[in-house]
Design a protein around this ligand. Structure first.
Ligand code: AP5
Length: 210
């Protein structure tokens, strides 16, 4: 099963990708997490991406496409994968098609802009493993500590309100047209993502099983 998760920043792509990954036993591939790891390690890709990611702009297509090519060639992707945050432009979707990847489902997690701001201001992520939490909607067992690895929970630099507004603008201009792109393939499913994490997971898994 090869799945794409579409949706605005903070719509819950990463949260649902984790659940799908646990349920179907296929890896979650988050370009955002891969880029943040590259930033932390000070690699060439990290240096190329730094100014874009911190200001909420998209990293250039060629950089992200190379990241995806390398990642999906790995053995753990043989039975499928969940793309979380890729593609994000028409050029990236076309590159995926050119790689000969046949996508089974494209799930668009639909959350209005008004809800996004509170989602992102309350989000905390693990600085070690990247797992995502929320101060109100998805609390860790111990405040400030990751349930999975015991790492410290921090706020992402691009979750500050001014950058969130820029990310939403970029989303509407460059990523939203992908809905029409995938609608034409008959593989687009819309999942209402405004309710609790658990209700959204039920809807997401139902759309996959359809
Ligand atoms: P990326 O890391 O992909 O960020 P994003 O798309 O902006 O998405 P987020 O991670 O912010 O949100 P999400 O939808 O995963 O929501 P989450 O599940 O965490 O990308 C960051 C940057 O990297 C980009 O700006 C760009 O620079 C670069 N980049 C990445 N991919 C790229 C690409 N393909 N091309 C070019 N550049 C690229 O949920 C958010 C919060 O809400 C959490 O706290 C969660 O607990 C909570 N929550 C989730 N669901 C619910 C619910 N149903 N109810 C209540 N709370 C909920």
């Amino acid at each position: 099963m090869k799945i794409i998760l579409l949706g605005a920043p903070g719509a819950g792509k990463g949260t649902q990708a984790e659940k799908i990954s646990d349920t179907l036993g296929i890896p979650q591939i988050s370009t955002g997490n891969i880029i943040r790891e590259a930033l932390k390690s000070g690699s060439e890709v990290g240096l190329q991406a730094k100014s874009y990611i911190e200001s909420g702009k998209l990293v250039p297509d060629e950089v992200v496409i190379d990241i995806i090519k390398d990642r999906i060639a790995k053995e753990d992707c043989a039975n499928g994968f969940i793309l979380d945050g890729f593609p994000r432009t028409i050029a990236q979707a076309e590159a995926l098609d050119k790689m000969g990847i046949i996508i089974d489902k494209v799930l668009d997690i639909d959350v209005p802009d008004a809800v996004i701001a509170s989602r992102l201001s309350g989000r905390r992520v693990c600085e070690s493993c990247g797992s995502s939490y929320h101060l109100e909607f998805k609390k860790p067992a111990v405040d400030g500590v990751c349930d999975k690895c015991g790492g410290t929970l921090i706020q992402r630099k691009d979750d500050h309100p001014a950058t969130v507004a820029d990310r939403l603008k970029v989303y509407h201009e460059q990523t939203e047209p992908l809905k029409e792109y995938y609608k034409k393939t008959g593989k687009l499913y819309t999942v209402e993502g405004q309710d609790s994490v658990e209700d959204t997971t039920i809807r997401t898994l139902r759309a996959i099983a359809e």
